[in-house]
Design a binder for this molecule. Structure first.
Ligand SMILES: Cc1cc2nc3c(=O)[nH]c(=O)nc-3n(C[C@H](O)[C@H](O)[C@H](O)COP(=O)(O)O)c2cc1C
Length: 335
């Protein structure tokens, strides 16, 4: 017999996660689901914030479930476990808590669940068209509901500087063997290679020819040859044409509860911007790389006291980007 979880997960499986690793697993029992973070699908190599981004992904997933559940007339009672993840643990399923669907007497007003299916990362060139200030204001209010500040700029010099920081980040990350290995583990050089596991970053979604991606990722020394690294930089900058606006989110980011709330806020902001026909491209690696993070904070002139900039993205209009792969539903649900 189909259960509400079948419908909810048909939406929730499209949740975005760093490198598209899709780390959340569920064990369903009636209207309740225990949720877990599969540590084997985590990205702990990102120096300072690789592990916190795991909880951000959990927050994104939980919020995705709640939006889908609301559309079916269920509220979601949450009993969340904020124990920090231990990536050395022998038990590879880190418990995140229990979500229980509760039928609601009244319809629950929320974002349209179809946005969960249509939302996509766009790494294409953008159309230079400005992002309407009223839309950013709406997104700012949405972020504010979660105690988060959404800030951004359309100032050309600053937009270009942020794009340059993101470009340098790839070079910084690839300098580190652990990061290199982590990224390589999730690169899919052909559609055939991407389809079967149904995860990872496909060449198609990255907007690069698979063979070129394979050559540059498999031969790190290529990056060191000035003429080639200049060529790669040009390829990157070409994909960044037309970017008129970059934005960042800032808020409490000190423990698992904060990271989870941050993820929830990010998903809602992303969906809201999608509902206005806008696309996003998160620059999460600028956050996880400490050197890039410092460069970002200096560039945008933000003061990080108790609050931290924990997300950065470009936002704008583009052609419809390719759809990323997902694992089969049966791989999300534990027996
Ligand atoms: C917390 C977070 C950080 C991310 N950071 C990056 C990033 O640094 N670079 C990038 O190209 N994509 C980044 N992404 C986008 C994911 O790779 C993308 O969501 C995933 O591949 C699934 O694709 P989709 O968003 O089109 O469904 C990030 C996503 C999340 C949720």
């Amino acid at each position: 017999m189909p259960t509400p979880w079948d419908t909810i997960l048909s939406y929730a499986r499209r949740y975005p996660s760093p490198h598209n690793t899709q780390p959340i697993k569920l064990r369903i029992d009636g209207l309740s689901a225990e949720i877990f973070y599969d540590l084997d699908l985590g990205l702990p190599a990102g120096d300072a914030y690789g592990i916190p981004f795991g909880s951000v992904a959990a927050g994104i997933f939980i919020e995705t479930v709640s939006i889908a559940a609301h559309s079916l007339g269920y509220s979601v009672a949450e009993r969340l476990d904020f124990t920090p993840m231990d990536f050395t643990s022998g038990d590879r399923l880190h418990p995140l808590g229990v979500l229980t669907l509760e039928p609601s007497a009244e319809p629950i007003d929320d974002l349209a669940p179809d946005l969960l299916l249509s939302r996509r990362t766009s790494r294409l060139r953008y159309e230079q068209r400005p992002v309407p200030p009223a839309v950013m204001d709406e997104a700012r209010r949405m972020a504010g509901n979660y105690d988060q500040t959404l800030a951004g700029t359309s100032e050309r010099r600053l937009v270009d500087e942020v794009i340059a920081v993101n470009q340098r980040t790839l070079f910084y990350d690839l300098e580190k063997p652990a990061m290199r290995e982590e990224i390589q583990g999730y690169l899919r050089y052909s559609e055939r290679q991407a389809r079967t596991p149904g995860d990872g970053l496909s060449a198609r979604c990255l907007g690069l020819p698979g063979p070129l991606l394979r050559v540059i990722m498999g031969n790190y020394w290529v990056w060191k040859i000035p003429v080639l690294s200049a060529g790669l930089k040009q390829i990157y900058l070409r994909s960044m044409r037309g970017v008129a606006h970059v934005a960042w989110m800032k808020g409490p980011f000190a423990n698992e509860r904060d990271y989870t709330v941050a993820g929830r806020a990010f998903l809602r902001v992303w969906l809201l911007l999608s509902s206005h026909g806008l696309y996003l491209h998160p620059f999460g690696s600028v956050i996880t790389n400490p050197r890039s993070h410092r460069e970002l904070v200096a560039a945008v002139g933000e003061d990080e006291g108790t609050d931290m900039i924990w997300m950065l993205f470009r936002v704008g209009y583009s052609a419809q980007p390719p759809e990323s792969h997902r694992r089969e539903l049966r791989e999300l649900v534990l027996g």
